[in-house]
Design a protein around this ligand. Structure first.
Ligand code: 7TS
Length: 403
């Protein structure tokens, strides 16, 4: 992988922030977009823009074909059996809320839903609200101190009352890559369907929904070099067929009268209203970009960055890395003894380094570790070891200023 060449595809990286070259280590929040993605969106609005699935005219047909080709590309990218199992949404949060909404009739008083203790609020609050509404119970698979999940405990949690297991593929705080294939096997043995929150998993693992045998997989385009405002809910077609529609309106209907409405087939049943066509095309361009760059090479590169950064950070006095799982991806959260993460993040920004500080939308996980938050560096395919050197030096400098 030629990183210098890759960095030319991301002109945003070539700028100074507070007088220093930008070091962008906030990829878990959102990734930067390569020129091919920006160009694809621009081309769409320059030459193809039209509403989809509703016109006989030329542009509408061009836009519809491009939109459906994007769906097919996404399906192939995660190895879905059929492209109708790909529902376009605004992102992970909407995908999970969609599922929590259509699950309402499936959850009865006394039923249970299981989440893990390392969930992003997006994969906890919707289930908590559904449980409150339907008088069901939310149960939590605990996290061990090293940032892993206890699978023996999972077996015990999965009683006959459990109607869904919702768990993250990859923690946005700890970097832990959960053993999701094994988790799904255990859940299915007990007849429990599984939703994986793939917001981070899509960016740092090779996702194969058929190999995982997962029932639902939610992700956002913007975590994997695609635009914001486009995401996916993958659902096994047998599930999507039996669940009710999400929103009602145009596009999702088959036949409408004042007496009765019948609904479209998959995937349109779940895509009411005008979709984000440019976003879907941008997502296809982003996934093409990572495929053409080479997924294996990207993952190897990110792993090398993670190892290098871990080694460097471990040498800093007072360092505490939160999340020590063996199977970990390009996310590293830490605290330095006696220093508030916000103060450290602010000084790093002054040195041109973009990291995220705070609870990372995982307050229960922060409570578990009894910490207010962390500083988090997260890497993407364009980051370099030289940037990690700058980062480590900047931390030392910031610490000396704050002590
Ligand atoms: N789930 C996980 C594991 C995430 O990391 C995020 C976003 C979401 C769900 C929600 O994704 P969205 O695209 O719908 O917002 N995580 C982060 C983060 O770690 N920092 O900023 C956003």
């Amino acid at each position: 992988m030629d990183i210098n060449q890759i960095r030319k595809d991301f002109p945003i990286l070539d700028q100074k922030v507070n007088g220093n070259p930008l070091v962008y280590f906030d990829n878990a929040a959102t990734t930067q977009k390569p020129l091919t993605v920006i160009q694809r969106i621009s081309d769409y609005y320059l030459r193809e823009n039209s509403n989809v699935h509703r016109g006989v005219h030329h542009l509408s047909q061009v836009a519809t074909e491009a939109y459906e080709n994007a769906r097919k590309y996404v399906a192939d990218f995660i190895n879905a059996k059929e492209s109708k199992e790909i529902i376009f949404t605004r992102g992970t949060t909407e995908s999970i809320n969609l599922l929590a909404t259509v699950f309402v009739p499936w959850i009865h008083a006394g039923d249970e839903i299981v989440v893990s203790g390392m969930e992003h609020h997006s994969n906890m609050v919707p289930w908590q609200q559904l449980c409150e509404k339907n008088k069901a119970r939310l149960k939590v698979l605990p996290v061990a101190l090293n940032g892993t999940l206890d699978l023996d405990f999972l077996e015990k949690l999965l009683t006959p009352k459990v109607k869904l297991l919702a768990v993250t593929h990859l923690s946005n705080v700890l970097g832990t890559v959960n053993p999701v294939k094994e988790i799904i096997r255990i859940a299915h043995k007990k007849g429990v369907p599984v939703l994986l929150d793939g917001a981070q998993g899509i960016a740092h693992t090779k996702v194969d929904v058929q190999d995982l045998d997962v029932d639902f997989y939610a992700f956002s385009g913007h975590k994997v070099y695609a635009p914001m405002g486009i995401g996916v809910l993958y659902g096994r077609s047998a599930w999507l067929q039996k669940l009710p529609p999400y929103q009602f309106g145009g596009e999702m209907i088959d036949d409408v009268s004042f007496e009765k409405t019948t609904f479209s087939k998959l995937p349109y049943k779940y895509e009411a209203g005008t979709p984000n066509v440019a976003g879907a095309l941008g997502m296809e361009a982003a996934l093409r970009y990572v495929n053409e760059t080479g997924w294996e090479d990207i993952l190897k590169h990110e792993d090398a960055l993670l190892r290098y950064a871990t080694e460097k950070l471990e040498n800093i006095a007072g360092m505490r890395i939160i999340g020590q799982a063996k199977d970990k991806a390009a996310v590293i959260s830490f605290l330095i003894h006696g220093i508030h993460p916000f103060d450290l993040g602010t000084l790093l920004d002054q040195m041109g380094i973009a990291v995220r500080t705070g609870h990372h939308c995982a307050q229960p996980l922060m409570d578990f570790y009894c910490i207010p938050g962390t500083v988090r560096a997260s890497f993407g395919l364009y980051n370099t070891k030289e940037e990690i050197d700058i980062f480590a030096e900047a931390i030392e400098k910031a610490v000396s200023m704050l002590r």
